[in-house]
Design a protein around this ligand. Structure first.
Ligand SMILES: C[S@@+](CC[C@H](N)C(=O)[O-])C[C@H]1O[C@@H](n2cnc3c(N)ncnc32)[C@H](O)[C@@H]1O
Length: 398
């Protein structure tokens, strides 16, 4: 009896010991399923983009294989995103990282081959080649000088604009950005040709243009930027590129209609408010030849992902940004105020140049379908610039 009671007691005790943790685990698991919001971990880049998030609804719509460009334009212009069937997005901060990646590294390959006389590695190993070229750049290797690349020694006392490199070596990053730009042009089936004129709009001191000029020396390369000190200094150091100081607002003095075959603008529309954004699209249309391509990167829904990172400049305003993007398709925040960026005062007290963002729908409605200066969209890469800015390639309709 005692033995029976004893074993019953020990069974109960064991049951309590095993049962409590099992029940606790079950409660936690059920709780997670019921209470966890549908938000991806913003500190990790997932291999596969989840179904519901703020970017891919647009991507899926754009990439529908049976849809023509004209149909895509009209859908974006006439249907607000929130009504899109199967897209359950609402004004929530549900984000995922874009999977759009560089497909080519043509510029790095060309510079590598010209400088070393040997074939570059595969696209997958382009970072290795960039590393090798970067070592050559750092040591001012004459083989790079032979292909027209000058090692720049930036003065510490001047107002010479250089973007933050995020820890990446200067020349490595410039090669990678040149690859990113050319990759977009190639998706529009457009590469620089001998005798053509190409422009780096807002090109700072020409860090990307000098790489482009080394890869395509028979094309003429120009840079324009409003920071006069930077432009003057760069013009004295980079003979392969021509430089022009531009105004904050169009028109561009010195460039006639239909001058350029290709224009690229790395992180320029990412700073404009609506008025300069539209005015400069019109001006790009004027100075591009018919069929010419414009590559640019700007903030959009993928930049909301980026803004969820604590270090991101827009972190505290990300909800305001996502709401504005949903409601009007455009968001602007006067990030630099009236003082402007890099000692370039903003003529409108901060209303022209700060933090700008827009959606493809906004672009379609106000830019692509503009009756007097229409464009065709050749490529849209959400987050294709550093998982942060969207990349667009437009061609000027003939
Ligand atoms: C983020 S930086 C990018 C620079 C360059 N594209 C690069 O990738 O190194 C922005 C550049 O735009 C220039 N900028 C300032 N105001 C501008 C304007 N209204 N239109 C075009 N560019 C402008 C700045 O001087 C600066 O060089």
């Amino acid at each position: 009896m005692f033995a029976e009671n004893h074993s019953l007691l020990s069974l109960m005790v064991r049951g309590i010991y095993v049962g409590i943790p099992v029940a606790a685990v079950l409660i936690i698991m059920v709780g997670r399923v019921v209470f966890t919001p549908n938000v991806v971990n913003i500190h990790q880049v997932p291999e596969k983009v989840p179904e519901q998030n703020c970017g891919p609804c647009v991507v899926r719509r754009h990439l529908a294989p049976e849809q023509t460009q004209e149909q895509t334009n009209s859908v974006w212009a006439n249907e607000p995103r929130a009504t899109e069937p199967n897209c359950t997005n609402d004004l929530k901060l549900l984000c995922a990282w874009s999977t759009d990646r560089l497909r080519t590294s043509v510029v790095t390959s060309m510079v590598f081959r010209k400088a070393t006389g040997t074939a570059a590695s595969s696209h997958e190993r382009a970072d290795f080649d960039r590393g090798e070229l970067n070592k050559m750049y750092e040591s001012a290797d004459p083989r790079l000088l032979k292909v027209g690349i000058v090692k720049l020694n930036f003065p510490t006392d001047g107002n010479i604009h250089v973007i933050p490199m995020g820890g990446e070596p200067y020349f490595h990053r410039s090669l990678r950005d040149a690859d990113m730009v050319l990759d977009g042009f190639l998706r529009g089936d457009h590469a620089p040709k001998p005798g053509q004129k190409w422009l780096d709009f807002g090109g700072s001191h020409g860090r990307v243009a000098q790489v482009m000029a080394a890869a395509y020396p028979e094309t003429s390369w120009s840079v324009c930027d409003p920071i006069a000190d930077t432009v003057k200094w760069a013009a004295a150091h980079l003979p392969a590129v021509s430089f022009t100081v531009m105004d904050q607002m169009p028109p561009m003095s010195g460039y006639r209609d239909s001058t350029f075959s290709g224009i690229y603008a790395i992180s320029i529309w990412s700073h404009y408010s609506k008025v300069p954004a539209l005015a400069w699209f019109e001006e790009m249309h004027r100075i591009l030849e018919p069929g010419g391509l414009l590559w640019f990167s700007t903030h959009g829904f993928q930049a909301v992902n980026y803004a969820t990172l604590e270090a991101a400049v827009l972190h505290p305003r990300r909800e305001e940004m996502v709401k504005e993007l949903y409601h009007s398709g455009h968001y602007y925040y006067p990030m630099f105020g009236a003082a402007g960026d890099w000692n370039s005062p903003d003529g409108e007290g901060g209303a022209l140049w700060g933090f700008g963002a827009f959606t493809p729908e906004w672009l379609t409605k106000y830019v692509l379908n503009a009756p007097d200066h229409p464009w065709r969209m050749e490529y849209y890469g959400p987050g294709a610039n550093e998982n942060h800015q969207d990349v667009f390639v437009l061609s000027k309709k003939k």
